[in-house]
Design a protein around this ligand. Structure first.
Ligand SMILES: Nc1nc2c(ncn2[C@@H]2O[C@H](COP(=O)(O)OP(=O)(O)O)[C@@H](O)[C@H]2O)c(=O)[nH]1
Ligand SMILES: [Mg+2]
Length: 432
């Protein structure tokens, strides 16, 4: 794996409107994607054409414009908000003497940075190798590759530099490993890597405000915990919530409009971690004209990856864009908070959101006073090991009273590991 470059790369973005395309790509979203790939867009070249030129995608005049922008801005890379054919990419690179990446390459780079699970990483590497296998002959120097940078992260350089036969073998071997991972999962044998602390995952479209909200919540002086995860992974942080205790918050890779078809699998795989979450915060840009279809799309994909059983709290973000809007929390007929209206930028509504998160997490938390006799040592040890014991007192009878607080599913799991169940354990809940 490549290190990310210390100094941010500087990119020229190219976005062309084609009269022959019905559904124009979204430039705002592309800029957002580029930024989240860790690259700084320093200039944007716009244009319009009837259709792409077969050889250089754009016309000679436009290419000249891009060339000028590269030298004027000291750019390192040119990013096209379009799918380029391998030969177009190669021709443009040769002509501009600058690294060129298309939309697929940019998105793959983000996935490579964000995939956290084993399966996700394999799936993204597969997509990268497949994307690159047609693009092996490039003008990039050895030095540039070693420096890393956008589009250069992921499969090691040996794979890129050796011949296609090796690449094909590598692809085959990843297919095999993926099959194995899936088989194990289907047999339910996959080692669950679920943390023993609850995880709240933020999902939603790119640009909905996930990262802004994530930063806002995790750095708020009220709940920010140690920065345990900050150095390891900027998209995972720990919070301390009242009545809940430690919680991990995770920013996930955003949904992307016009996701290139061949990246669908890789995208789902990077989202796969959300199936392990305790609670999903579905962040929605309430000002977006495509709001409702976005919500449906997200829900559909969550169902497809098997995350539809996980409780969801919808967060309608950017209420500062609406006129005279008062933040509020909406509840369902059972009184459960299901939707919070907030502004991640101004902070309006965040208090209500925190409370709603705590309330939703508390649904799944048990708080018991457990009576343990001398023969119940196993459960006592497991509860301590899980860090779930709030206090312990001893009675003259020889019983210990443990005050415990943990996720209900963990409680059931510890009981079964101790050879007990909810009927056989003695509770002293009159105590609570
Ligand atoms: N007006 C307004 N803009 C917001 C709000 N939250 C995020 N944004 C902006 O929306 C854009 C996308 O935000 P970001 O957090 O990167 O979205 P992500 O792609 O979902 O992570 C950025 O330009 C943010 O400044 C909000 O509450 N109000
Ligand atoms: Mg983001």
């Amino acid at each position: 794996m490549f290190e990310r470059p210390d100094v941010g790369e500087r990119a020229i973005l190219v976005h062309i409107d084609f009269t022959s395309y019905e559904d124009a790509e979204d430039l705002g979203e592309f800029r957002e994607l580029v930024t989240s790939a860790g690259v700084e867009p320093v200039a944007t070249i716009n244009g319009s054409r009837k259709q792409p030129s077969p050889r250089l995608f754009v016309g000679e005049g436009k290419l000249e414009e891009i060339r000028d922008a590269i030298s004027a801005n000291g750019a390192d890379v040119v990013l096209f908000n379009h799918a380029l054919s391998p030969s177009q990419e190669r021709n443009i690179e040769r002509d501009l003497k600058c690294r060129v990446l298309d939309r697929t390459g940019v998105i793959l780079d983000i996935f490579a940075q964000r995939a956290r699970t084993h399966e996700g990483k394999l799936q993204v590497e597969l997509a990268q190798l497949e994307h690159m296998s047609t693009r092996l002959v490039r003008g990039w120097t050895h030095l540039e590759r070693q420096k890393g940078g956008i589009g250069l992260r992921g499969p090691g350089e040996t794979q890129l530099e050796t011949d296609r036969r090796l690449l094909r073998e590598r692809i085959k071997s990843i297919h095999k490993r993926l099959e194995k991972v899936r088989r194990q999962r289907n047999q339910g044998r996959r080692a669950r890597t679920r943390a023993d602390i609850p995880t709240v995952s933020l999902v939603g479209y790119t640009n909905a405000g996930k990262s802004t909200l994530f930063n806002r919540i995790t750095t708020s002086s009220v709940y920010a915990a140690d920065q345990l995860f900050a150095t390891l992974d900027p998209t995972l942080r720990r919070l301390e919530l009242p009545d809940i205790g430690a919680v991990v918050m995770a920013d996930t890779v955003g949904f992307i409009r016009h996701l290139p078809h061949k990246l669908v699998e890789a995208f789902r795989a990077t989202l796969e971690e959300t199936t392990e979450a305790t609670l999903l915060l579905h962040i929605i840009d309430c000002f977006d004209s495509r709001r409702d279809e976005n919500i449906e799309q997200v829900e559909e994909v969550l169902a497809e990856i098997g995350a539809d059983e996980i409780p969801v709290l919808q967060v309608f973000n950017k209420i500062d864009m609406l006129e005279n809007f008062t933040p509020r929390v909406e509840r369902n007929e059972d009184g459960v908070p299901v939707r919070a209206w907030v502004s991640a930028v101004t902070g309006e509504g965040l208090g209500g959101l925190y409370d709603a998160i705590v309330e939703r997490l508390a649904e799944d938390v048990v708080h018991h006073f457990v009576l343990l006799g001398p023969t119940d040592g196993k459960l006592r040890a497991l509860l301590h090991e899980a860090g779930s014991v709030l206090s312990e007192t001893h009675r003259e009878s020889g019983d210990a009273v443990l005050e415990v607080r943990l996720q209900n599913r963990d409680w059931l799991q510890l009981l079964s590991r101790a050879g007990m169940n909810e009927e056989s354990v003695r509770l002293d809940d009159g105590h609570a």
